[in-house]
Design a protein around this ligand. Sequence first.
Ligand SMILES: [Zn+2]
Ligand SMILES: [Zn+2]
Length: 536
Amino acid sequence: MDNAQIADRLDALASLLELAEANPYTARAYRRAAETVRNVPTPVTELVQSGRVRDLRGVGPGIEARLRELVDTGQIAELTELERELAPDLVGLGRYLGLGARRSVQIAHALGVRTADELRAAAAEGRLRTVPGIGPKTEAQLREALAQEPETRPREGLLLNRARELVDTIAAALDAEPAGDVRRWRDSCEHLAVVRAAQDPGPVLARFAELPQIVALIEQDDRRALGVTVEGVPIELVTSAPERFGTALLRATGAPAYVDALEPLPDAPDEATVYRKLKIPWCPPELREAPFADAPPALVELQDIRGDLHSHTTWSDGRASVEEMGRAARDRGYQYLAICDHTPAVGAVRGLTPDDVRRQAEEIAAANEALAPFRILRGIECDIHPDGRLDLPDDVLAELDWVQASVHGGQRMPEREMTKRVEEALRNPSVRCLSHPKGRYINRRPENALNLERIYAVALEEDVALEVNGLAPRLDLSAEHVREALGAGVQIVCSTDAHSVRGLENIDLAVATARRGWATANDVVNTRPLEAILRG
Ligand SMILES: [Zn+2]
Ligand SMILES: [Zn+2]
């Protein structure tokens, strides 16, 4: 059993514990352990056998016992038990219908059904009303929901990283192409879809229904199916004859308003041919929101990025050392990486004092010797106090190669104060970039009341860049604000805000968001060589 397989089992256990509405910390602990296992280079089987698995971050005695069981017997009894108890396909269908996991399980037990199909049959026979707690009204609602046109969107959009992972896994398993909102890199994905060319769609549809991610089919006809995951998230599979694949892919990619404006679409085996037949230039999926038929600009590409200017280490809340982060960035082909750990005012995690900043400089110098000509930049993610002061003295900031200014606490300020607070920080000559300018957490909390028009003007005056933060819950600036900022003449930076080596991979989310905001390589500071960054 390799590390990826072990990690999958731990993830499955975490999901089922969540479904069982167990202690959320337990589920989270298994998820964290799964991530560790997935990333550690040594085979975990060996670590278990030699009794060293507890050396791994996040593996305590409880998880060690589960790992030992998995290595010794090939399974985890609790997981098998939960799968039997919970019937994930019933829970998935239940979530999709708006029932909690526990309630779905109760109803299934009361009816003596084990699968989603049996539940449907029981409902059709009118047996739902025999379940304690289900009156005629609830019964009618559930029967209606089961019979109705299936809802093709999740109740709340999925974050882009989660949606991509799901759609990419399903696409790979079916040899299909990812489409829908994921292909357009939307920051909150509602329409999940994959498209597969097939002369005979039967076998593809059958495989789709059997995928471990798909716990129930909501709808199926000869060419397409709608499945639902254990979380109750609907995913569409579209199949098409190979000679019409390009047309099907374009339609399933959307957005509807963009596609509608191009209809009627000609049949073609690939997208390039569809566009050729329409006599308009090919359009990158990131720009397919509103109707558009002109030549697109030369959008910034992942390969244009020469370094990452926002990352954390174990000096604050990161998980890797300065040198580990530097080495990983070098291995990605970058020229530079700015280490921007937090300052004390951030509160929840450790922040660097002026003393720490100078001690970290020594560590960075040593790592630079080991990694030359790659360059680790001395940076900081400096908190902006509510009164606009920065959290480190000016002379300390002036020593650094790259200063990010960030609002973390006190985000509920009225717009005038918040704008003044940020403006003051941007006036500091050491500040090079404003981190996650709007402070949003997608689907979780509203954006800061910040007057961006004003901030664009100040950023332009002070030659400060605005960040496109690549953390999936942030993606801040958003695409629409990137477009506004560029229109105002402001430069942007595509950053990952990586808190681990793996976090550096999020650069694709930052770049895609910039592309959705029509950014070219010229608009993005970290497409420039090291000398240009240092010159300031
Ligand atoms: Zn931050
Ligand atoms: Zn950060």
